[in-house]
Design a binder for this molecule. Structure first.
Ligand code: ZN
Ligand code: FE
Length: 239
């Protein structure tokens, strides 16, 4: 199973999970359809499933057109069935879903939105975190509470440390400056910032990160109490 990162809109990432055996793919959070259609057509790959982490437009904007073009099925959280456009398959928290070589488990991780989920391809250790966990950051709390977000991050922290983190946006550099401001003595963070800069200079995504990296450098994952977390989250909103 291989992953192709597709840039969408301003700073979004969509991800194709490609099964070469069957020349078929799932897409995670298609913010728009065009760049995804282009890649699939150029590579003669059929799109089978559309996976949405949450209902925001920059994550579902391509649903309708992709579904129409490839006859793909849209998969999302049952609690968001009225706001995920064109949803076909409604999953519950902790459901495992399987089709041919595609197999993943979903976790309900509210905070950014009430119905936010992540997709864990546990055999490959791929984790699609949407707008909940970013590299060196976490999502804004739009609908949930600080406590919900804190607990959702706690769930993500419990995956194997070599899990690869695929998040919804290229916010890594901006996030890194906030982490550094509050964690000036973190040498691992400084080292990671150098590699981030190098990748961006080369026009490459900073994604995927690994859970190990995030546990060592992401200040939001390093908070022990919900009070500290809430304070940092507020500071980040005005950084
Ligand atoms: Zn969002
Ligand atoms: Fe987003």
């Amino acid at each position: 199973m291989e992953i192709k990162i597709i840039k969408c809109l301003q700073d979004n990432y969509s991800y194709l999970i490609i099964d070469r055996e069957n020349q078929s793919a799932c897409v995670v959070d298609p913010g728009e359809s065009k760049p995804i259609i282009n890649f699939l057509e150029d590579n003669k790959i059929k799109l089978k499933f559309i996976l949405n982490t949450h209902h925001h437009h920059d994550h579902v904007g391509g649903n309708k057109e992709l579904k129409k073009k490839f006859n793909a099925k849209v998969i999302g959280f049952i609690g968001d069935k009225h706001r995920i456009p064109e949803i076909d398959i409604k999953l519950n928290d902790r459901d495992i879903w399987k089709n041919k070589n595609f197999e993943f488990k979903i976790y309900h991780i509210p905070g950014h939105t009430i119905g936010h989920i992540c997709f864990n391809f546990f055999k490959e250790k791929y984790l699609f975190t949407g707008d909940t966990l970013f590299s060196l950051g976490c999502g804004r709390i739009f609908e949930g509470t600080y406590e919900q977000m804190f607990n959702s991050l706690k769930i993500l922290k419990s995956f194997p440390i070599d899990t690869k983190i695929y998040c919804g946006h290229e916010y890594t550099f901006k996030n890194s400056q906030f982490c550094l401001f509050h964690d000036k003595k973190n040498d691992r963070l400084k080292k990671k910032i150098l590699s981030i800069k190098k990748r961006l200079d080369e026009g490459l995504p900073t994604i995927p990160s690994t859970l190990k990296d995030e546990l060592e450098t992401n200040i939001f994952l390093r908070c022990i109490t919900v009070e500290k977390f809430s304070k940092l989250r507020d500071l980040k909103d005005n950084f």
